[in-house]
Design a protein around this ligand. Structure first.
Ligand code: GLC
Length: 481
């Protein structure tokens, strides 16, 4: 390891809790920076995201305006305001421009490419204005990929940017930022000699550009780091990843142990710990009430909380749920929104089996926590899963995960062995509905054996899913740059 320590880091991404988030990326940007700071006190770590409409007034009230300037995006001259606030020792910046970010939803506009190109240009331009030139620019997912490309293709020729290193993290390779070449210079401000940097499969691919330009590429679990180098998981990028394999490291995500804590969580009716799990059953009957299910103590509640997208394993669930709820004495609850076909399917199932299936088509953080606490079994049969946070949160709340052995699910959940009582969940390998059903059956059988279930649940609750060890791995990676 080298002697020079990295002290100044700027995280760039499209979302961060508690300000604006739609998924796991937001959780990571909301909790990893503070964990890094916890692991190295002298670290000056800052985060920048867009100033979306959805950021609440109570968060806005804590912010201060830092500066404003004009960003030139090709022929456009756009206003840019920078706001900031402190959270757990970390400075968060917000890039303000109402034309780009005053929208009813964070993603999905026709001009997302232009919106995030503006954001990325603004991030590099803001550095002299805020007087902060980081040692490491750490960009997350395609929306911030252009910061890596701009740094290496344009800004590094200026003194202050010349020593800056770039790290790029892939949270999900399925979203790459793919555009036609007609906007290479007009929107992305790239020159024709930059074309080969971003070109992939006849298109502009921003993720590919960041992979090529970054000094270090990370992804959110060691297993996913291997998987994305294979055709099955790479969404087409395996060649470029295999060529850059020396840059790749997989570091598992953690969860925020203060926010997710069954001992103190204000969203729960009753609190409990790994040592004393008794009150969890009260949270269970509350949950059954919420979903209009019979309050039966001994019937296991199987839960899913997820974006309703087929790669989360819903093909399997759809194939087998009806058989499962009619053949087994179980209750099934689901919270999530997403693909219309899946929403329709689950509404139909809830209507048909009102005592066994409970469905809420919503994104609701309080209810999510009540489910993590009140359920017995947590199902995550993903087709691919870069890391997955829900299986870790469920474990922390003593809800035993049943997962497919893929990505970070494989790294975090080890099958329970009744002989030596090791393992913290139930797993299955093949992406097949009956293999999933078999895993659920194994979980239900264990659930009926009170002694075994208690030791499995205790293993789940006591597995360390905090950021502690991963924060140290990130710091080592930065120091080695
Ligand atoms: C993405 C991935 C998820 C991961 C999260 C945070 O949402 O799909 O598996 O946990 O990013 O890295």
């Amino acid at each position: 390891m080298s002697d020079t320590k990295i002290n100044k880091i700027l995280f760039v991404g499209s979302e961060a809790t508690p300000f604006a988030a739609t998924g796991g990326l937001g959780d990571v940007l909301g909790s990893l920076p503070a964990a890094l700071k916890g692991a190295r006190e002298e670290l000056d770590i800052r985060v920048v995201i867009p100033m979306y409409t959805s950021i609440s007034d109570s968060e806005r009230e804590k912010m201060e305006k830092v500066c404003e300037f004009t960003v030139n995006l090709s022929w456009r001259q756009q206003y840019c305001g920078i706001w900031s606030c402190e959270k757990n020792g970390v400075t968060y910046y917000f890039v303000d421009n109402e034309y780009y970010f005053k929208r009813s939803s964070m993603y999905g506009s026709f001009d997302d490419g232009e919106r995030y190109a503006f954001f990325c240009k603004a991030v590099l331009e803001m550095m002299p204005h805020i007087g902060f030139f980081p040692d490491v620019l750490h960009a997350h997912d395609w929306q911030s990929a252009l910061t890596v490309i701009y740094l290496k293709r344009k800004y590094r020729y200026f003194e202050e940017y010349s020593k800056m290193k770039a790290v790029y993290t892939i949270h999900n390779i399925e979203y790459q930022g793919i555009y036609g070449f007609e906007i290479l210079s007009d929107v992305f401000c790239l020159d024709s000699w930059d074309r080969y940097i971003v070109e992939y499969d006849g298109c502009i691919n921003l993720t590919k550009g960041a992979i090529v330009c970054c000094d270090k590429l990370t992804t959110v679990s060691p297993n996913y780091a291997n998987e994305i180098q294979t055709e099955y998981y790479s969404s087409g990028l395996h060649y470029i990843l295999a060529m850059n394999r020396d840059k790749i490291t997989g570091i598992i995500n953690g969860i925020d142990y203060d926010n997710y804590n069954p001992e103190t969580d204000p969203e729960l009716r009753r609190h409990y710990t790994a040592e004393n799990q008794l009150q969890k059953s009260v949270d269970k009957s509350e949950l059954q009430k919420t979903f209009g299910l019979p309050e039966k103590r001994d019937v296991p509640v199987i839960a899913m909380i997820s974006r309703l997208a087929s790669h989360k394993g819903f093909d399997l669930v759809k194939r087998i749920l009806e058989e499962m709820v009619t053949c087994e004495d179980i209750q099934f609850v689901l919270l999530g929104t997403g693909e219309m076909e899946l929403e329709d399917y689950f509404s139909y199932m809830a209507g048909k089996y009102p005592d066994r299936v409970g469905v809420k088509l919503a994104f609701n953080k309080s209810l999510a926590k009540q489910i993590y606490a009140g359920a017995d079994i947590f199902l995550m049969p993903s087709k691919s899963e870069p890391c997955g946070l829900a299986q870790m949160i469920a474990s922390r709340y003593g809800t035993v995960p049943v997962v497919r052995e893929t990505g970070g699910l494989y790294d975090t959940i080890k099958p329970y062995n009744p002989e030596d009582k090791s393992g913290n969940g139930i797993t299955f390998k093949t992406y097949n509905a009956h293999d999933m059903y078999d895993a659920v059956r194994r979980a239900v059988a264990l659930y009926k054996n009170k002694r075994q279930w208690k030791s499995l649940r205790t293993n789940a609750m006591t597995t360390d899913f905090s950021w502690n060890s991963s924060a140290v791995k990130y710091l080592e990676m930065y120091d080695n740059l």
